[in-house]
Design a binder for this molecule. Sequence first.
Ligand code: DGY
Length: 329
Amino acid sequence: MPTPSVKPRILVTRAIFPDIVEQLSQHFEVESNPDDADWSADELARRLQDKTGVMTFGVERITAPLLAQCPKLKICANMTVGYNNFDLDAMTAAGVLGTNAPDVLTETTADFGFALLMATARRVSEGEHFLRAGLWTRWSYDMFSGAEVHGSTLGIIGMGRIGQGIARRGALGFGMQVVYHNRSRLDAATEAECRATYVGKEELLRTADHVVLVVPYSAASHHTIGAAELALMKPSATLVNIARGGIVDDAALAAALRDKRIAAAGLDVFEGEPSVHPDLLTVPNVVLTPHIASATVGTRRAMAQMAVDNLVGYLVHGKAKTPLNAAAV
Ligand code: DGY
């Protein structure tokens, strides 16, 4: 008698579109989390012990101690482009593949970076709070005067795909001079397409009217912007962080905003999020959003689909679409 085929077991750690879980169920025995319960690291390890794959959301810490408890695990598929939740060396050593979701969120995230830059420079949130509080009784010539965006100098730190998208928007849409800093310089054709000039980090901070951070998080990029860097920026400058919490020293930024050492900031990501440094909540000249740069329905669907394609590709067909490491099967 033929033995019945057993589907691999996988875990989906957070709530996601029901049809995404449905697709996974065609290939796997799926344990999902439709109520979006908050699982501790121990709970995650317990649920992963009998799983071959897991769909993760960029926040679950996949570490050596966790992997030691999950001998069957073969793949962790992030639906995010960022993957600083993965210890890739430990995963490679344990024979576990990591995948992420690049490209599908590039333009949406660049749109949001620009939206946050505009809202920050033009003091959109401050104006709205003022109006909602019933404080708008008269118009005056200097009410919420902000910083010019068109024709100004845009400095981008981290010139990957999203940084390039922001550069194109700035240069082509708003006539901005674009300077950038990156671990490695772009090739001449890409620089020309983005109309961006490579400069040192210090020069960028000294000259840019608006600084946008799009650098991936790592130990090396921790506190790329701290008190010393903020001190180099123009007092009229704005800072936008759509990269990751920890790229900016949030306490130092709150102090710089309070003391008007820079004009304003726009933050979509925070150290220790979803907690936000309490001092950032008390300064008016900062626009705060809850890590939503890639949040459009279409993009979030495409990101989830990429995680599905990676899980099915690897566990059913032996090849993932966007592998991050070379784990032995
Ligand atoms: C990503 O994909 O890394 C975004 O920050 C969403 O988490």
